[in-house]
Design a protein around this ligand. Structure first.
Ligand code: PLP
Ligand code: TYF
Length: 397
């Protein structure tokens, strides 16, 4: 049965992560996977998480099954974190289910969309996180791209975005990144969110917001402003969220799917379909990580500690953005990289050709995704000179 199988290439980002780990060069630099790193290149467990884990260790009463929606308290707290003070939430139009990570949320969303409309097309930004395409294809849905990032200006091509969205029909889905767009770092401003909301209402398509970096751009509320604007104006939407980055719970697999329905009753029906999808994939999500998030968000003291730690991560990344631009100038890296300082979250494109990226990996042990996407958090005081000098050498050759 297995004999006719052909090997499938690994995920290009996770594959680089493995190659980096195996590299013995002491000067190696990892700018590949989107994992926050501190000044010494580590990804420590947050202190708020450690405290919540200690509390859980001492207070956990049972490991009996939870339901398909997972931890009810977590779901309520995540709804509030995402949607804030909202009429949609207050009127019972939002329902949230805990999922195994943001990826799990997206996979459940894909199956849910296929139940709603098996011929729905999923419109994604060009470019987008490569896994988006795999996830929706895996549910049998067709994925189409709309123009978003402009490699000429290293900014948005919003005129073309509008033009394309004006042709998306009712019954299709438009997938937007809530903030910290992966891979470009270029986000919509609030006027642009409003423009998209107006087009969605006119055309009748449904928006799916992927929120994987809330708190990493400008702040918890600021980073949810676009999705909150939509929730206050559209009839229906889907939100997939991840606690991997903002709670540093990557391997614990914590996320959620939220749906906004036209009424509380309609949302209830849609939610029953979501739970049915969940039942046929994994029955119910793992408890640990969601309990940690719920413990943090229901304690004033732990929430304050988490805010401090999240602010620290965001401030470090934003500081690194200007630091990198200045370092590249100081070391005479050819080209203008000023745009890096104005983008959000973990990622930016360097906009350099693939051959340079291969040389940087093979000759300098500097790991960058083939698209030229760099994860800014991988830069620190100890490797910045080496990175900029190597880049200058390679690009000047
Ligand atoms: N969506 C985007 C845009 C991402 O960058 C990621 C990756 O971290 C995810 C979703 C999924 O996150 P996870 O499954 O690790 O929670
Ligand atoms: O884009 C990234 O680097 C993160 C991490 O299959 C990631 O989103 C990458 C690939 C993947 C899962 C997570």
């Amino acid at each position: 049965m297995f004999n006719q199988l052909q090997p499938v290439p690994t995920d290009p980002i996770l594959g680089l992560m493995t190659e980096y780990k195996a590299d013995t060069n002491p000067k190696k630099v990892d700018l590949s996977v989107g994992v926050y790193k501190n000044e010494v290149g580590n990804t420590p467990v947050l202190a708020a998480v450690k405290k919540a884990e200690e509390y859980r260790f001492n207070n956990e009463q049972s490991k009996a099954y939870l339901g398909m929606a997972g931890d009810v308290k977590f779901n309520e707290l995540m709804t509030n974190l995402l949607f804030g003070e909202s009429d949609a939430v207050n009127s019972g139009r939002v329902k949230t289910a805990q999922t195994p990570g943001g990826t799990g949320a997206l996979r459940v969303a894909a199956e849910f969309i296929a139940r709603c409309n098996p011929s729905a097309k999923i419109w994604v930004t060009n470019p987008t996180w490569a896994n988006h395409i795999s996830i929706f294809n895996a549910a049998g849905l067709q994925v189409e791209e709309f123009p978003y990032f402009d490699f000429e200006t290293m900014g948005l091509k919003f005129d073309q975005t509008i033009e394309a969205l004006n042709k998306v029909p009712s019954g299709d889905i438009v997938l937007l990144h809530a903030c910290c767009h992966n891979p470009s770092g270029m986000d919509l401003n609030i006027q642009q969110w409003q423009t998209v909301a107006d087009i969605a209402k006119k055309q009748g398509f449904t928006i799916l917001v992927d929120s994987a970096y809330q708190g990493f751009g400008h702040g918890l509320n600021e980073d949810a402003a676009g999705l909150r604007l939509l929730a206050s104006q559209v009839d229906e939407m889907i939100v997939c969220s991840s606690c991997s980055k903002n709670f540093g719970l990557y391997r614990d697999r914590v996320g959620a799917i939220s749906i906004l329905g036209t009424s509380s009753a309609k949302a209830e029906v849609a939610f029953s379909v979501i739970l049915n999808v969940v039942r046929a994939i994994y029955s119910m999500p793992p408890a640990h990580g969601a309990d940690i998030v719920a413990t943090i968000l229901s304690s004033k003291e732990l929430t304050a500690l988490w805010h401090t730690e999240l602010d620290e991560m965001r401030t470090r990344i934003n500081g690194l953005r200007s630091f990198v631009v200045n370092k590249f100038k100081e070391k005479n890296v050819p080209g203008n990289f000023d745009f890096i300082a104005n983008q959000n979250g973990m990622f930016s494109f360097l906009g350099i050709d693939k051959e340079y990226i291969t040389t940087l990996k093979n000759d300098y042990s500097i790991y960058i995704v083939g698209s030229s996407r760099v994860s800014i958090a991988g830069v620190n005081d100890s490797n910045a000179d080496y990175l900029a000098e190597s880049l200058a050498k390679v690009l000047n050759k």
